[in-house]
Design a protein around this ligand. Structure first.
Ligand code: HEM
Length: 537
């Protein structure tokens, strides 16, 4: 299992969405929609979005430019808009994880949801703000144009054949826009979703309109699959060493039995991964996530009261032993000696099983999350924390210390400017005629009221637009001194009512000539730890 180096907001968010996020629900079990599957729609939009890549200039690629390209004939189909509506509706984009990352994540879930391989996921794509070139291949184009399109997208001829086969075995061709019978899945195959066009093409009975459609010019799959003299498909046939054994079976079941699921899966996974990671050359993606990080923490949350900080955090442990107990330890600030040399320590207050997405389940992982509520002397404060996982089986405890450095708390800004999670709350406001919900966010600033000011911006993922492009909004939220939380322990408290649609906050405080900034505070995640109160008026 991989180790995670904290802090890395993008990588931890990517792991969280891939293994614990809610998006997979939509494609779990490969459900049908609009004469096809949602998975096929999500995979196709990823390919079409990527198709704007130009390997020569290093521009375009998977960048969500598809949101601005839907009026083109090459992007015909309700599936495109529906897919983007799916992604918008989940409100999962963040200031650093945009629609392009959502499209890639969707494709990963789509393939697994239909029983396909797990594609290692990288994040960090950058969303385009305008349309890219109209370079999606179309069925009526000739083979030379297709070869050139794929070259431009970074794929050679062999890869083109394989990628089209991989894509079109998951997808079909819908009758609405491409009228022909398309009930093409090979149900009896274990890997039923991955052989649609390859096998039908091989047995000459395909109903894939792109192979035998009424219009010769749109038989692009036929041209592509036969463009190498059927070498790729001959290879498909010879994946199994004992192919002659099955010579009396019809070709459909022969392919089902002979084709090595692993080889086909590996080829498709590798090509899909390259497809999803085709981005402008200026974009840097994270290393691929191939398995859940063994240990990841919840970003610590703080509050201050009566001379103590309360710090909330949690540790996710993958494949934990059933008898494990976990302690959090911390060291105080240099020079302070409240904690002993071995550190202050607290045992986890509770643990709960982690419910993995279809990706984690497919990979066979389990995990538990251990929660901590540490009371920290505010004078000696905290410089870093770490964990001890004790399996209680006589073995030495495992020290989880972020690669040796510990999880370091910078005083500035962590303990000079923070959202105070005990003083903040979720509020259900009920009047005789309305019901509303918002956060009362309380921000603690180390300083005095005469010299301190604070301001905040909120990030809202959900776009209210009825049609793409779906883009997030950022609004400034004014912070006022909080009369219900008078100054205490050197801190003053500001407050604002914040819509529950806001998921991330950037906060700045100026104290005299000193400026503190907290960027990308995950309000959505912190909300799990806020008290919710009901107010009637
Ligand atoms: C020469 C290249 C290609 C051509 C001409 C082509 C053409 C088409 C056409 C005409 C459809 C039917 C669309 C509809 O029914 O609305 C389709 C569906 C699809 N294509 Fe391609 N395609 C190409 C390459 C690819 C590649 C490389 C992928 C890789 C992921 C891919 C994935 C899909 C999927 C998943 C569907 C099914 C979509 C659905 O059911 O909603 N295609 N393609």
């Amino acid at each position: 299992l991989s180790t995670f180096q904290w802090p890395n907001p993008l990588l931890s968010y990517a792991d969280n969405q891939l293994y614990e996020g809610p998006l997979d629900i939509v494609v779990q079990g490969c459900p049908l929609r609009d004469n096809t599957t949602i998975s096929a729609q999500w995979l196709r939009i990823a390919y079409h979005d990527m198709s704007t890549h130009d390997v020569d200039s290093g521009t375009g690629g998977l960048d969500a430019s598809i949101m601005y390209e839907l009026d083109r004939p090459q992007n015909v189909g309700e599936g495109m808009i529906q897919s983007l509506q799916d992604f918008n509706g989940f409100e999962l984009t963040t200031p650093f994880f945009g629609m392009a990352d959502m499209i890639a994540l969707g494709a990963v879930f789509a393939v697994v949801g239909c029983g396909g391989p797990v594609i290692p996921f990288s994040a960090g794509r950058v969303d385009a703000t305008v349309a890219g070139p109209a370079t999606v291949p179309e069925p009526q184009q000739d083979l030379a144009s297709h070869i050139e399109s794929f070259r431009q997208q970074g794929f050679n001829e062999t890869e083109m054949i394989a990628l089209v086969a991989c894509g079109h075995t998951l997808g079909g061709v819908r009758q609405v826009d491409f009228p022909v019978n398309c009930n093409g899945y090979l149900d009896r195959c274990r890997h039923k979703k991955i052989l649609y066009s390859v096998s039908q093409y091989l047995q000459n009975t395909t109903q894939d309109v792109l192979v035998v459609g009424p219009n010769v010019t749109t038989q692009s799959d036929l041209r592509i699959f036969s463009s190498d003299g059927n070498v790729y498909h001959a290879k498909v046939r010879t994946f199994s060493p004992s192919s002659s054994k099955f010579s009396d079976m019809n070709i459909k079941s022969r392919i089902c039995s002979l084709l090595s699921v692993e080889t086909f899966s590996d080829t498709c996974a590798a090509l899909f991964q390259r497809m999803l990671n085709t981005v402008p050359s200026t974009v840097n993606l994270t290393d691929p996530i191939t398995d859940p990080f063994q240990y990841v923490i919840n970003d610590p949350l703080f509050s201050y009261q009566n001379g103590t900080f309360t710090m909330l955090t949690a540790l996710r442990v993958v494949n934990p032993s059933a008898s494990a107990t976990v302690n959090m330890l911390w060291a105080d600030q240099q020079g302070a000696s409240f904690c002993s040399s071995t550190g202050c320590s607290v045992q986890s207050s509770r643990s709960q099983p982690v419910f993995f997405t279809i990706v984690g389940v497919a990979q066979g992982f389990t995990a538990s999350r251990y929660f901590f509520n540490a009371t920290i002397n505010a004078t000696s404060s905290i410089s870093k924390f770490w964990f001890e996982v004790n399996n209680n089986d006589g073995s030495d405890p495992v020290i989880v210390d972020n690669g040796g450095s510990g999880f370091v708390i910078e005083q500035d800004p962590s303990l000079s400017l923070f959202v105070d999670v005990t003083r903040s709350e979720g509020i259900f406001l009920e009047t005789p005629t309305t019901f509303s919900e918002f956060f009362k966010v309380v921000v603690a600033v180390l300083g005095d009221a005469t010299s301190a000011t604070a301001s905040m911006t909120g990030f809202q993922s959900l776009s209210a637009a009825t049609a793409p492009p779906f883009t997030p909004t950022t609004t400034s939220i004014s912070l006022e001194l909080d009369e219900t939380n008078p100054p205490e322990g050197g801190f003053i408290f500001f407050t604002a009512n914040v819509s529950t649609a806001v998921s991330f906050l950037d906060i700045t405080a100026n104290v005299g000539s000193t400026s503190y900034t907290v960027n990308n505070f995950n309000l959505g995640a912190a909300a799990d730890f806020l008290a919710f109160i009901e107010v009637s008026s």
